[in-house]
Design a protein around this ligand. Structure first.
Ligand SMILES: [Zn+2]
Length: 87
């Protein structure tokens, strides 16, 4: 995920960007915030996702002041314990 997309070409590979909506995940401290239907552009060549600076600023505001439509439980794994369970 990279911010700033000002034209129709991918700044990573020069591929064409396609306007779409994505589910965006933003981490703040130990919290994870999910945003559905976020307007974004996806590179048709390399798959890089571009979110406008303006949209990122709105996301920042929503984290501070927004009211979520719902909350989800997030499963958390401690990797070494999860792959080698003691039984
Ligand atoms: Zn690209």
């Amino acid at each position: 995920m990279t911010t700033k997309a000002n034209n129709q070409l991918c700044a990573v590979c020069g591929g064409e960007l396609q306007a779409t909506t994505i589910t965006h995940e933003e981490k703040r401290d130990s919290h994870i915030y999910l945003f559905q239907n976020v307007p974004a552009k996806v590179c048709t060549a390399c798959g890089e996702i571009w979110i406008d600076e303006e949209v990122m600023q709105q996301i920042d505001k929503l984290i501070e002041y927004g009211v979520p439509v719902r909350k989800v439980e997030t499963p958390v794994f401690d990797f070494p314990r999860a792959v080698a369970p003691a039984h």
